[in-house]
Design a protein around this ligand. Structure first.
Ligand code: GDP
Length: 467
């Protein structure tokens, strides 16, 4: 069952520029609500009058200023009318494809507002789609993720979520929990009858199965988060090892300040890029130098925090210098499983012989790169991709990408675990039924079967205006 939107706000007609700010070939204005067609007919100066518009058919005509139709046209547009309920929002929708001039689009928008629409809030079209039962909450979140996706695989995952894949999986687990719960509750109400809705499968086994499905979905978050947000890579190493140069080389353009005085990269410089279908967020940190000034110490503290928060660490070592105590100390601070070591400056004679030390500490063999000649960069990109450790198999079960979904799955998991303990301990069935209901509610919050205005405000405020 879908929660009802207050009647008043449903009746309002909303409008927005749906294309991004700035100039472009086309700009799209969206109008949704009961007055959409009336608003269009006030602005429309075209050979076919609005009353004669066939649904979902494009018409060419001029848009003029409302309420002063005698003034010249604002723009020549293509207009389409899509009647309720078979539309994105479930309401009457008008879309105008105008020329992508910010001035023109603003003028058309204000003409729509003069005609009786109100500017839409961020995500309001999608919120209306949710309220009309067109999509559930997880699908709506998929829409936002698809728009924000930075890597191809993340985009594909978001499209699947938008298509209802996660919702179907969550709903199916929720239904199984509901059925077990009904059985348990029947046993409470009619203790003398031998209730067996599970086809003979013991209730405790069915609870355990639901629990393992919930946990498997929860565990997909590590991968989902990487696909959605990109892999966060902290680039660390001593000053002058070539961290900024290596980052620039991977990124293929100059953004970080490359300087030959040690200790210049005090702030974290970030570079976002995408390769192998995956988004990467490279973060060039301050050096990790032991005897440092006050400003550098702050930088070092930040570097340690970056290492902590990174999915991967790229340790850049100057291969032309002998490995010294400081370098060894740096290795001892890093988590070998998450670290890729490169010996940079491979164009210079090699002096750093650290392979044995690295192997001793559990690191994989280092890669050899030259930020100067570009040697080894393809291998480095491939290694980063490999170490992100994503399963190559797409299409095996849903993957969650949102911290909100993860928290709710964790809630459902602990409720189911308690339900199982309660069953195994032979406690009165009410306890188990209570935990099962908690689990069901947590899952319901993922798809929005259970929701609050607050939650909806939080989710839809992340959207852009016009979506
Ligand atoms: P960072 O302090 O670790 O970020 O180091 P930088 O990227 O600023 O580089 C320090 C110095 O080393 C600069 O003068 C770079 O031009 C130089 N450098 C960086 N990578 C290479 C390389 O692969 N080969 C050579 N020969 N010089 C490099």
């Amino acid at each position: 069952m879908w929660p009802q939107m207050p009647a008043k706000s449903v009746k309002e007609t909303i409008c927005a520029i749906a294309t991004p700010p700035g100039s472009g070939a086309l700009g799209v204005i969206r109008v949704s609500g009961p007055k959409a067609l009336e608003i269009l007919s006030n602005l429309w100066r075209g050979p076919v009058p609005v009353e004669k518009f066939k649904p979902r058919t494009l018409y060419l005509g001029n848009i003029s200023v409302f309420p002063n139709p005698q003034s010249g046209p604002i723009d020549r547009v293509l207009a389409v009318f899509m009647p309720a309920p078979a539309t994105y929002t479930g309401e009457d929708v008008v879309e105008l494809s105008a020329h992508g001039s910010p001035v023109v689009l603003r003028e058309i928008l204000s003409a729509c507002v003069s005609g009786g629409a109100r500017p839409a809030m961020p995500g309001e079209f999608t919120r209306r789609a949710f309220m009309a039962g067109k999509i559930d909450l997880a699908q709506a979140e998929g829409v936002a993720d698809l728009i924000a996706a930075t890597g191809e695989r993340g985009a594909r995952l978001a499209a699947e979520q938008m298509d209802g894949r996660l919702s179907r999986e969550v709903t199916s687990i929720g239904e199984e929990i509901a059925s077990v719960r009904a059985e348990i509750e029947a046993a409470i109400d009619f203790p003398e009858e031998d209730v067996d809705a599970g086809g003979g499968k013991p209730v405790v086994r069915r609870v355990a199965e639901a629990l393992s499905k919930v946990d498997a979905l929860g565990e997909s978050f590590r991968e989902g988060k990487l696909l959605r947000e990109g892999v966060r890579v902290a680039i660390v190493g001593r000053p002058n090892a070539g961290k900024s140069s290596v980052m620039n080389c991977i990124a293929g353009r100059e953004r970080a300040i490359v300087h030959h005085v040690p200790g210049t990269t005090r702030d974290v410089v970030e570079e976002k890029l995408s390769f192998g279908g995956l988004a990467f967020n490279l973060r060039d940190t301050a050096g990790l130098r032991e005897e440092a000034g006050e400003v550098e110490e702050m930088g070092i503290a930040r570097t340690l925090r970056e290492i902590e928060e990174a999915d991967l660490v790229l340790a850049v070592v100057d291969g032309s210098l002998p490995v010294d105590e400081e370098c060894a100390k740096m290795f001892s601070k890093l988590d070998a499983r998450r670290t890729v070591v490169v010996l940079n400056k491979s164009d210079l004679p090699r002096a750093c012989l650290c392979e044995e030390k690295l192997a001793e500490l559990g690191f994989s063999p280092p890669l050899f790169t030259s930020a100067k000649s570009g040697d080894g960069m393809t291998e480095l990109a491939a290694e980063l991709l490999r170490r992100a450790n994503l399963s190559s198999s797409e299409g095996e079960g849903a993957v969650i990408t949102s911290a909100r979904h993860k928290a709710l799955l964790d809630e459902a998991s602990s409720s189911l675990a308690q339900a199982r303990i309660s069953l195994e301990a032979g406690e009165p069935s009410e306890f188990c039924a209570h935990h099962m209901r908690e689990a069901q509610e947590a899952l319901g919050k993922i798809t929005g079967a259970v929701t609050t205005d607050d939650l909806l405000d939080r989710i839809f405020s992340r959207f852009c205006i016009g979506k």
